[in-house]
Design a protein around this ligand. Structure first.
Ligand code: NAD
Length: 353
């Protein structure tokens, strides 16, 4: 649902006020930041909604070739509706979310960076590692902030798990991210679309790089892989497992982390996080629910992005981290036995005994 906001002066600015074509990437701490969103489908319309409600921020406009959707979002939020990124840049913006389909991230991000505009690029950073690196290099040269939208980092349940395992000796991590097929199929499978979130989380929880990948993929219904069981080993020796698919009738996002001293269980949807600790030789242990915040992850993500824009500090999720997670996801697609359809059991299975 789109909320309201955006400011009544939007049309006046459209008609009158114009900034120079090349933006100054230095923004001071007090000035209202002028922001925009490119691609206002499922994810981008949420970025626009959240931007419109943030203090010290003005949603200048949204750009998308789908005129009906762009007009709807712009009308709801009270900002300009544009057809292209260039038209949005011409209005004068400090920062932009790139939420167009992934194969367009590189071109859209480079267009923004060339005009000195800070960019938050939705995950995954790009379609290929090379394209991701192009975005990183361009942002570095232009001196603009580049952050990647790995929004799960800002899920309060993830923050609680991270806090629970900080200073613990992590042994293994298991993540389940399953659900039904998305309403609109893009040209990527579950590994690039879903598992990339969890590859990022494994690296985040362990503060370590993934050095071994053992993927098992299958295409049960879709052309691309729609089931993936992925195993990893990190440089720090942690074993990790991702179970993801589009063949589950309901959404589930669960994380368990085993450490030498604790067993932490988190539900990223209900945001319930529980830890077992105080293991005794007789098998007994203690258990407690951890306190978890209520903030909307996307709001926290956008606040973190804008804080990095204002201060010039490194963003919470860097382009390099985005590329590393993408590289591991692509490795899952390339370092694997050929995908096969699951075997069909023609006759009922007989259980012996
Ligand atoms: N962080 C997350 O949890 C999360 C969730 C969903 C999607 N995403 C990412 O967000 C991006 C968009 O995914 P989505 O699900 O919102 O897709 P979507 O298909 O719902 O929306 C994409 C929008 O981009 C528009 N578009 C197409 N060409 C464009 C162009 N040249 N310029 C501007 N806009 C253009 C389309 O018209 C559409 O409205 C993808 O990169 C996806 O991986 C991230």
């Amino acid at each position: 649902m789109l909320g309201d906001g955006g400011g009544p002066g939007c049309m006046a600015r459209l008609l009158g006020f114009r900034r120079p074509m090349t933006q100054n990437s230095n923004v001071n701490a007090e000035r209202t930041l002028r922001v925009g969103v490119v691609g206002v489908g499922v994810m981008g319309s949420n970025h626009a909604r959240v931007f419109a409600g943030l203090p010290g921020v003005e949603l200048v406009g949204v750009a998308d070739p789908d005129k009906k959707q762009t007009d709807f979002v712009a009308r709801t939020l009270g900002c300009a509706a544009l057809g292209t990124v260039e038209e949005l840049l011409d209005l004068g913006v400090d920062a932009i979310t790139v939420a167009a389909p992934t194969h367009l991230h590189r071109d859209v991000a480079l267009a923004c960076i060339a005009r000195g505009v800070h960019v938050l690029v939705e995950k995954p950073i790009a379609s290929t590692v090379e394209e991701g690196n192009e975005i990183i290099d361009a942002a570095r040269e232009a001196g603009v902030t580049l952050m990647i939208g790995h929004v799960e980092r800002f899920n309060p349940a993830v923050e609680a798990i991270k806090e629970a395992v900080r200073n613990e000796d992590i042994l293994s991590i298991a993540i389940t991210r399953v659900g039904p097929f998305p309403p609109r199929m893009s040209n990527v499978g579950v590994v690039i679309d879903l598992a990339v979130h969890d590859i990022d989380l494994i690296r985040y929880f362990t503060d370590s790089d993934i050095v071994e990948v053992q993927p098992q993929l299958s295409s049960a219904v879709a052309e691309r892989e729609d089931i993936a069981l992925l195993q990893f080993r990190t440089a720090s020796g942690v074993l990790a497992h991702i179970n993801t698919n589009w063949l589950t009738p309901f959404k589930a996002r669960q994380v368990t982390v085993a450490t030498r001293g604790k067993y932490v269980m988190g539900d990223l949807l209900t945001r319930q996080v529980t830890e077992c600790f105080g293991f005794q030789p007789d098998g007994s242990y203690s258990m407690r629910h951890l306190s978890v915040g209520h903030a909307e992850p996307l709001r926290s993500e956008l606040l973190a992005f804008l804080s990095a824009v204002r201060t010039g500090a490194a963003p919470a999720v860097t382009g390099e981290q985005g590329v590393t997670s993408l590289r591991i996801a692509i490795q899952c697609l390339t370092d694997r036995p050929p995908a096969v359809a699951p075997a069909k059991h023609k006759a009922p299975r007989v259980v012996a005994g």
